[in-house]
Design a protein around this ligand. Structure first.
Ligand code: PMP
Length: 434
C-alpha cells in the first residue's frame, strides 16, 4: 500500500543519512502527524492513546501553550542579554513552586544541559570532581552526563564507570541487592561506601545525583528515609545534593509538585527538563544562592537559546496551565485509581511482580515465580497494546518494566481503556507460554 511504501522510504532515508545509534520505536514504526491531549494520530488518521509521553505534559499541542509560543515568536526572539519580561515572569512562576532555599535559576535547553550545568556548579562550589550516582541512573547525553549515567556506561557500548564516578546499587527493594521492607539503611550504607572510597583516594565528594523515582531503572521508588539519610552523609562531607527532576517534576507525582518533596528533603540543586516546555526545548537549573554565587566566579555563563522570550512564554504558560486545569490533582486522582486497579490486576496475573510509582508515573514489572525478569513477555505486551492503539514504553535494566507516564491530562476513562486491554493481552497464550 501507499502508506507502507512511504514509511519504507522514510526508514530507508533515515538508515542512509541519519546516525545509526538513533533508534525507532516498535517493530513496524509509526509515522505520527498530529497530537492532541493524550492522543497521537498517524498519517491515515488512526488515533493512539499515549501513556508514554511525559514531555507533552499538559497534553499534546495544548492550545494555550501553542498560542503563547506563536504570539511571542511573531514579536521577538533573542538571547537573554537584552531585558525582557518573559524570563522574569517565568522565574517568578517557577520559584513559587520551589522551597525558599532554592532561589536562583539558570535556563537551558534540555535535561542534559541542565545536568551538565548542575555538575559544573557542584564542581565550582566544592572544588571537587567525584560524583556519586545510582546504578542504572540516566542523566543525559553529553560527555559529563554519560559519565555519571550507569544506564549508559554499564550498558551496551559503554566501558564502565570513569575514575571520578562512584555507583551504588540501585535501591530497588523488589529485585535489588537488598529486598523487602526497611532496606533504606542498607542502601544508605552503600552510599556511605562510595564516600569512604572517595576519601580513601585522598579526595572528597563533589555531588550526589539521583532521581526521586529512578525512571530508566524501571520506575524504582526510593526506600523510606534513603534520600534524607543519604543527603545528610553527603552534606557532612561537603558534597552537593542534586535532584534530577527531568522526568518527575512539574506535578506528575500528584501528591507533590516535585519528586524530592515526597522525601521531605531540600536539594542544593534541582534540574528541570522535559515537561517544562511541553515539547518545546526549555530546561532549567534551580540552586541555592550560595552555589550560584560560587559558580559566578568571573567566567560568564552564556547560553544562546537558554531563557529566550519564546521558550519562557511557553514554559510560563505550561506552569499556568497545570494550575488552571488542576493537573497535579488530576495526576494524583487518576494515578491513584490506576495504581489500585493495577494492583488488583496483579492478583489475577501473577507474572505481574510489582506495581509501583506515584501519581501518573507508574511501573508494572513482569517476572516469573523465581523473580526472573520476563523481557519477551513485556515486549510482547507493549507491541500488542500498540495493536489496540495504546502506546506503552518498556524500560529497566532487564527490559521487563512497562512504564506509564502519560500527559497528565490522562483521564479515568483512559485508565479504564488501558486496564481493559492490559487484562485482555495478559490473558493471551503467549504471556503464559514460557
Ligand atoms: N535526566 C533524566 C532523568 C532523563 O530521563 C533525561 C532524558 N530521558 C535526561 C536527564 C536528559 O534530558 P534530555 O534528553 O532533554 O537531554
Amino acid at each position: 500500500t501507499k502508506k507502507e511504501t512511504s514509511n519504507t522510504e522514510l526508514i530507508n532515508f533515515r538508515k542512509q543519512y541519519l546516525g545509526k545509534s538513533l533508534s525507532l520505536q516498535y517493530k513496524t514504526p509509526i509515522k505520527m502527524v498530529r497530537g492532541a491531549g493524550q492522543y497521537l494520530m498517524d498519517e491515515i488518521g488512526t488515533k493512539y492513546l499515549d501513556t508514554v509521553n511525559n514531555v507533552a505534559h499538559v497534553g499534546h499541542e495544548h492550545f494555550s501553550v501553542v498560542k503563547a509560543g506563536q504570539e511571542q515568536m511573531a514579536l521577538i526572539n533573542t538571547n537573554s542579554r537584552y531585558l525582557h519580561e518573559n524570563i522574569n515572569a517565568l522565574t517568578s512562576e517557577l520559584l513559587k513552586t520551589l522551597p525558599p532555599e532554592l532561589n536562583v535559576l539558570h535556563f537551558v535547553n534540555s535535561g542534559s544541559e541542565a545536568n551538565e550545568l548542575a555538575i559544573r556548579m557542584a564542581k565550582a562550589a566544592t572544588g571537587e570532581k567525584d560524583i556519586i550516582a545510582s546504578e542504572v541512573g540516566y542523566h543525559g547525553n553529553s560527555n559529563m552526563c554519560v559519565a555519571i549515567s550507569s544506564y549508559k556506561f554499564d550498558g551496551k557500548g559503554g566501558d564502565g564507570a570513569p575514575e571520578h564516578t562512584h555507583v551504588f546499587p540501585i535501591p530497588d527493594n523488589f529485585r535489588g541487592k537488598y529486598t523487602g521492607n526497611n532496606t533504606g539503611k542498607l542502601y544508605v550504607h552503600e552510599v556511605e561506601k562510595c564516600i569512604v572510597n572517595i576519601h580513601n583516594k585522598g579526595r572528597n565528594v563533589c555531588a550526589f545525583i539521583i532521581e526521586p523515582i529512578i525512571s530508566c531503572g524501571g520506575q524504582i521508588e526510593l526506600p523510606e528515609d534513603f534520600l534524607a539519610q543519604s543527603y545528610k552523609l553527603i552534606r557532612k562531607t561537603g558534597g552537593v545534593c542534586i535532584s534530577d527532576e527531568v522526568q518527575t517534576g512539574c506535578g506528575r507525582m500528584g501528591n507533590t509538585f516535585w519528586g524530592f518533596q515526597l522525601h521531605n528533603v531540600v536539594p542544593d540543586i534541582v534540574t528541570i527538563g522535559k515537561p517544562l516546555g511541553n515539547g518545546h526545548p526549555i530546561a532549567a537549573v534551580a540552586c541555592t544562592q550560595e552555589i550560584a554565587d560560587k559558580f559566578a566566579n568571573g567566567m560568564e555563563y552564556f547560553n544562546t537559546f537558554g531563557g529566550n522570550p519564546v521558550s519562557c512564554a511557553i514554559a510560563s504558560e505550561v506552569l499556568k496551565t497545570i494550575k488552571r486545569e488542576n493537573l497535579q490533582e488530576n495526576a494524583l486522582k487518576v494515578g491513584e485509581f490506576l495504581k489500585n486497579e493495577l494492583k488488583l490486576l496483579a492478583k489475577d496475573f501473577p507474572i505481574i511482580g510489582a506495581i509501583r510509582g506515584q501519581g501518573l508515573f507508574l511501573g508494572i514489572e513482569l517476572v516469573d515465580h523465581n523473580l526472573k525478569p520476563l523481557a519477551a513477555q513485556t515486549d510482547y505486551l507493549a507491541n500488542r497494546m500498540k495493536d489496540h492503539k495504546i502506546l506503552m514504553s518498556v524500560d529497566g535494566p532487564d527490559h521487563n518494566v512497562l512504564k506509564i507516564k502519560p500527559p497528565i491530562v490522562f483521564s479515568k476513562e483512559n485508565t479504564e481503556e488501558l486496564l481493559f486491554y492490559l487484562r485482555k493481552i495478559l490473558s493471551e497464550d503467549f504471556m503464559h507460554s514460557i
